[in-house]
Design a protein. Sequence first.
Length: 418
Amino acid sequence: MDTTTKRGFLLAKGWIQAVILIFLFGFFVLGFLAYRTYTGEPPIPAKVADPNGRVLFTGTNIMAGQGIFLKNGLMEYGSIFGHGAYLGPDFTADYLHRAARMAIDYYNGLGSDQARAVTIANFKTNLYDSATDTLTFTAAQTNAFEGLQSYYHNFFAEPTTKNGLRPKAITDAADTRNLTAFFAWSAWCASALRPGLEYSYTNNWPPEPLVDNHPTADAVVWSVLSLITLLGGIGLLLAAFGRWNFLGWHGRERDKVTFRRPGDVALTPAQHACAWFFLVMTLLFLLQTLFGGATEHYRAELSNFFGIDLAQVIPFNIARTWHLQLAIFWVATGFLAAGIFLLPMIAGREPRGQHWLAYALLVALAVVVFGSLIGEFIGIHGWLRQAWEWFGSQGFEYLDLGRFWQILLTVGLFFGLP
């Protein structure tokens, strides 16, 4: 075979054009949805008051409550608006249900049917005044907010691990009040009707029959259509790729394929370094599997892991945080190793000293991995104080690692690009 002949591309050029078009279209849709998300987001009122004008909490309290929710890793324990983990409650649904029950009891003197009707009207009527940036709660909603402050304080200040959280996870009454304000605002977003529309800011999600919250037809239809489009599109892609030779691939499968024995292949120094990457990737995968097993065991026994109270050391939210982060890390390690290994095969040569850069990249990756895991642990325990968002856990599902570690990981991945 003439080794000087340039090897043809295994796929038809149309595939590259199709990928570029799909890439552009996909990011256009993502950008459009991001725009709609920010322009259609529910308002965060400057203040929330009772019928007499007494301020119950402010927008600052709501944002502080969100910060406490993220800092303590509660999205990896429960969820908000249905997003997060599912060992703990969805706090939007939990607050909405409890507040509705308390409102029905508040109006119980009117009779059960009328009490339920008034409760629905309370939660569905949007009393937000954009001119004054004030949201007014009814007397029943005010009563529920005041009562649920004590409930959530006791829940998060629980001195045992019976809820799957570390003992006395949040004991400051001001913090739990802010958390309750955040939950109350999210419940209002889920139930109050958008101005001029027949559904809430979240399309009536999460559902709650006590306040007549039911998923809208549009939400159901578009959810089903998105699933059909995803599965159908993948099916059509695979069918076209495997059926027609002119699209590439099949036309070359008739060529004789030969393989060389591993011992006959000369590896470059950087390719030898990849062995350490794959070893690290394997260890990270093993750790992820172990923490995944621990998180699943929590669903069977909250405070007993084969005779050990695991939540005393690694509560559920930390175990799940590490489980998800390790998945990202071992995939990133494999991505970097593949790039380093394949580059000499594609380019036909390896730059001098490339293996030292590979080892440096491996050390940098280790710093990011273990630095972020330790930061998430001490951040959720509250030991980083104001630096939690940068060096601890940002608290968002799949994006728990602090911003500092996130930036380092992104830079490392760019350096690892072939």
